[in-house]
Design a protein around this ligand. Structure first.
Ligand SMILES: [Zn+2]
Length: 396
């Protein structure tokens, strides 16, 4: 059975004592990270051979023996720091170095920039959920009857499948948790229906069935509030106390808005995947690239509002691609070239071109259709033909 990994997120509310423990774990991770990263940096400076992950992991035992406080931390966590985080940071540095010989060494963690997340990589009862609370195990240096730490937990959605991993992260003044769960792929009944979807010019998105999805009210309201906060922030003295406070307010507002959008995108993508067997989408990367070029040419700056819409749409597309995997249905990504310009009825290209402010596509063949809906019909056509491998060459 091929399992899928699904991430279930939430947050924990530690009390004063558990907070200290979590901070101690972060501090331990930083300490171990710095030690082994420094080792790599020193080797590099002295032109010595780099240690392997396994060597460093063995040396961790010695480091813990010399710094017994580290034994208060569950051993998996520190192993992961060495095996994954140090090794990854070094690998990234090496890769970057090949394109930029002036690349700097990865940064060490400082007291101000501690490790902001740590992971339990194997669920061998080292962590779990009991009575709606999260429990995590501490290391062997902690008294046996105090080794299990219980923390108030709030999940964004119920756990599915089997919990395999746990990551705890300090972000925006909150302790966030994400569980990596293994779930079995579902086979869902096919409906025989197919659809093309695209981000609209004014509305959030349009489909080949004609409906256009408007942005919900809170979306616009949240947007306005964000813009206001950003303006207020720009008036504050950078680095000052007021600035910090405003910044936090902005971050929290942003998080609130994006959580609502995320929630809605989850529901929406579920609905679409349930209804349709084939979903045609445009290749967002190449679309984004052409749009950036156009914006640059016209010298327009991206507004916050626009970037929120983009991010929101991008997320929806991601959720769709992800959700079909559980179902045996398909998302087909097509080249966005000319999808707006082509008539979905006769296939001719618009002459003169359809500009941004044109809302209706009018063709000499008699087609009169909303421009976005016309584009989604083309996307669906391309998706259907891409799947069959019968795409007419002039459209590729
Ligand atoms: Zn036409």
């Amino acid at each position: 059975m091929n399992y899928l990994t699904k991430t279930i997120q939430g947050y924990i509310k530690p009390n004063q004592i558990t907070k200290q423990q979590l901070n101690l774990i972060s501090k331990g991770c930083s300490f171990v990270y710095n030690h082994f990263l420094n080792q790599r940096i020193e080797c590099d400076k002295n032109k010595q051979k780099q240690p392997t992950k396994e060597q460093q992991e063995r040396e961790l035992v010695q480091l813990k023996a010399n710094n017994s406080w580290l034994n208060q931390i569950y051993s998996q966590i520190l192993k992961q720091v060495v095996r994954v985080r140090v090794a990854d940071a070094w690998k990234k540095y090496r890769e970057y170095k090949t394109i930029n010989f002036k690349a700097k060494y990865p940064r060490l963690k400082t007291d101000n920039r501690w490790y902001d997340s740590f992971s339990y990589t194997q669920n061998n009862r080292s962590f779990g959920i009991e009575n709606n609370q999260l429990f995590i195990k501490l290391g062997s240096a902690v008294e046996k009857n105090q080794r299990k730490l219980t923390i108030k937990l709030k999940l964004n959605q119920p756990i599915q499948g089997i919990i395999k991993t746990l990551t705890i992260a300090w972000k925006n003044n909150k302790w966030l948790v994400s569980f990596g769960c293994w779930i079995e792929p579902k086979q869902i009944n096919k409906t025989g229906r197919e659809i093309g979807i695209d981000r609209g010019v004014k509305k959030l998105f349009a489909t080949s069935e004609g409906w256009k999805y408007t942005n919900p009210k809170y979306f616009q309201k949240g947007e306005e509030q964000l813009i206001k906060l950003q303006r207020e922030l720009s008036r504050k003295k950078k680095g000052g106390k007021n600035y910090q406070e405003k910044k936090l307010e902005l971050v929290q507002k942003h998080e609130k808005v994006s959580n609502r959008i995320k929630d809605r995108n989850h529901k929406l993508s579920r609905k679409i995947v349930d209804k349709f067997d084939l979903i045609g989408l445009e290749d967002l990367k190449s679309k984004e690239m052409t749009e950036r070029k156009k914006d640059k040419k016209r010298k327009v700056n991206r507004s916050l509002a626009k970037s929120i819409i983009r991010a929101c749409w991008y997320q929806l597309a991601q959720f769709l691609s992800y959700k079909v995997k559980e179902t045996g249905k398909e998302v087909i990504v097509v080249n966005p070239k000319n999808t707006t310009q082509r008539c979905s009825q006769c296939g001719k290209l618009a002459n003169p071109k359809i500009e941004r402010d044109v809302e209706i596509y009018n063709c000499s063949c008699g087609l009169v259709l909303d421009r976005d809906v016309n584009a989604t019909k083309n996307i669906l056509y391309l998706a259907q033909n891409n799947r069959l491998g019968t795409l007419p060459t002039e459209l590729v």
